[in-house]
Design a protein around this ligand. Sequence first.
Ligand code: PMP
Length: 443
Amino acid sequence: HSSNLQGYAPICSGQEDFYIRRLYHRIQDCFGRPISSAPDVWFDIVHRYSNDHNKTMKRTSKVTRCLNLGSYNYLGFAAADEYCTPRVIETLNRFSPSTCSPRVDGGTTTLHKELEECVANFVGKPAALVFGMGYATNAATLPVLIGKGGLIISDSLNHNSIINGARGSGATIRVFQHNTPSHLEEVLRQHIAEGQPRTHRPWKKIVVLVEGIYSMEGELCKLPEIVAVCKKYKAYVYLDEAHSIGAVGKTGKGVCELLGVDTADVDVMMGTFTKSFGSCGGYIAGSKELIQYLEYTSPAHLYATSISPPAAQQIISSIRVILGEDGSGRGAEKLARIRENSNFFRSELEKMGFEVIGDYDSPVISIMLYNPAKIPAFSRECLKQNVAVVMSAFPAVPLLLSRARICISACHTKEDLLKALEVISQVGDLIGIKYSLAGSNKQ
Ligand code: PMP
């Protein structure tokens, strides 16, 4: 990446190359690797090195029990669950870990059909198609939805799977300023006239790509405004709800429910099962015609092994719990808890003087560090006190917008959150990242 780093000199004058290479090795070495079998709220981390100082880096197999602030286990379903787990085990016995077959060959079981119906009902669309991998859902769907002669207008901070799907489509790609409906409108106006019928313009199709909650920022999509612009210019809306489905909304149905958007106004609803549902795979939900078209054309449907039956069962069961169909009331409790936990954690960090980005109600909470050199220090100092945090660094985010990204779970107890806040506050003072006036270490 060194050729892109001309502007980096002020931090480490004349040594950009060396600095960055060293930084990247340090970041990898300091992280440690989670080794627990399930991403529970507390988990085991294996340290690859004990390396307080450069000179004395030693390989070690030390294992520490850590508070997990890094996984997308928003509702806590990734850990053993009294309703889901027995059903998953039963499915494992009845079917098998894998169908060893794409959907169109031998890979469609009754469970796959049941899952698709369940997902379509949950997200509020007439039909859905499920895939074995969330990343591939975007990467393989976009190229069949839109191709050469089409126009994609993509939020500047969209996930890599969306970017690769858009690039693979062969459509013309334009980028609009992150979460800025007025700039989206400006870009649309540069390419078509307002009110021009779809059949009379130079693009076969125009699709606008956005996310429900932006995964590195924790920001909610300005969906009502974006939908209004798309309606005005007759552009299709493609919404990735990987981080919002199950996690926000009164009954967990994502940003449409939270922000009062009619799901009929979102043409393609995409999501993954790897976050709120504690499983794996992804889905596309939309009209019956759209889903039938994808069944005929999507390479992820035609050529990839279908979602594993136990994983499918995990999704069906967790959705039942969310909807209260298990009769325990735990779904509503989890939804209330994730909201309460996220908002409590965010407001406490703000009070401490951290620069926290993103929105209230989002379980993704990013603390800005800016200086990439502070990444290893933050991660290591937290880990020393048994708190595991994921750091977001270049190239996932711009080089000088480094941040610590915290993911809150409904399973975090008040004690867990208070411990994490205490540790993060101490580390913030130590490395000097309390930037706002509220903080003790004003800069
Ligand atoms: N879309 C978004 C917005 C994501 O953040 C991710 C991954 N975190 C994906 C898609 C890919 O999903 P998966 O990890 O389930 O493959």
